[in-house]
Design a protein around this ligand. Structure first.
Ligand SMILES: [Zn+2]
Length: 349
């Protein structure tokens, strides 16, 4: 998923927030100086595929000369959106275009690139340009990359390649140097929040989704819609941050002892929630982020010592270490609960 307007289809200007990358790209589209190969990079959820589809629409759109492109409504634009345009070739691991490639292959083998080269050697169906999207381009194995390199070195007129990857370092440097890189950087908070809002996510959940998103709109939306995640977060808040008495520790640890499979997520959650208290203390997150916490923790966040906060984060690190040392999960949970309760009791009235 990427920046988009509610249920309406995404548009190129959704990428305005990418600043210089967007400005430069639009300039080359306007004056026709765009190149025949682009490498769209950026972490998961930044909008690489959305941007690639929009560019494919741009180059295949049938809107009359002088009108806005992509129009988003012509047959070509719709077919690009559906992935059914005859002159749009999509290469992605697991969705082979070559009958010789098994769909369960995790990589993009050379046969796939050979099939692609055979297609690019033919006339286009619509008589216009052809656009090739290569998703997860780093999944091309070395022979595949070498085969593609030859094509990039001898461009076919009218064919535009859009490679996408989270890890450009896994591509041959010669491939990277043949492409113009479009590097998508993390989105700013305002953009992430506005996309969340357009998807009906607001309030505390939007703030939390923003916080864990790291500027990835895809991740923010995925987290916002992940009910299991929110369920676990509320359980962690209830059991680890709202516990009242030392006698609760055994009861709570015994309810978590069977949830060993959730151990990593649980420790991540506790760490993340502690970090939120710390960030609020440092003024790096708005105070509203601590409203879901019991009053004692809110006070701790305002008035606590930095060293105490670091001690609690340390307790999480120790919990991970104990797990690595094969200490039973229940004992790990008990120790962590004890650390949290000791601190909380100092701030309870
Ligand atoms: Zn169109």
């Amino acid at each position: 998923m990427a920046a988009q307007t509610g249920n309406a289809a995404p548009v190129l200007s959704d990428f305005e927030g990418q600043g210089a990358v967007y400005d430069g790209l639009m300039r080359t589209l306007r004056d026709g100086t765009f190149v025949h190969a682009y490498l769209i990079t950026g972490l998961e959820g930044m909008g690489k595929r959305t941007l690639a589809r929009l560019l494919a629409q741009y180059w295949l759109c049938q809107a009359p000369e002088g009108e806005k492109r992509p129009c988003g409504v012509c047959r070509a634009c719709q077919q690009v959106r559906d992935g059914t345009h005859a002159d749009l070739v999509i290469i992605a691991p697991g969705k082979p275009i070559s009958p010789d490639v098994r769909p369960d292959m995790k990589s993009i083998p050379v046969d796939e690139i050979r099939a692609l080269i055979a297609i690019t050697g033919r006339h286009t169906f619509e008589g216009g340009r052809r656009v090739v999207l290569i998703e997860q381009a780093d999944k091309m194995n070395p022979p595949a990359q070498n085969a593609l390199l030859k094509t990039l070195e001898e461009p076919v007129p009218g064919t535009i390649f859009l490679l996408m990857t989270e890890s450009p370092s896994l591509l041959l440097p010669t491939i990277v140097s043949r492409c113009r890189e479009l590097k998508l950087h993390p989105w700013d908070d305002r953009t992430v929040l506005s996309v969340l809002e357009k998807h009906g996510v607001t309030g505390q959940r939007a703030q939390e989704a923003l916080h864990v998103s790291g500027g990835s709109i895809g991740k923010a939306l995925a987290v916002a819609g992940d009910e299991q995640y929110w369920q676990r977060r509320s359980e962690v808040m209830r059991d680890f941050f709202a516990l009242e008495r030392r006698s609760d520790i055994l009861r709570i640890s015994s309810t978590w002892k069977d949830r060993k499979d959730d151990a990593e997520e649980l420790l991540d959650d506790v760490e993340d929630m502690l970090r939120t208290l710390l960030l609020c203390h440092l003024g790096q997150r708005s105070e509203s982020a601590v409203t879901p916490y019991p009053a004692a923790w809110q006070r701790f966040s305002r008035e606590g010592e930095l060293s105490a906060m670091m001690r609690l984060l340390d307790a999480v690190a120790q919990a991970r270490q104990m797990r690595a040392n094969q200490v039973t999960w229940q004992a790990v949970v008990e120790r962590l609960l004890l650390s949290l309760m000791e601190e909380k009791s100092k701030w309870s009235t």
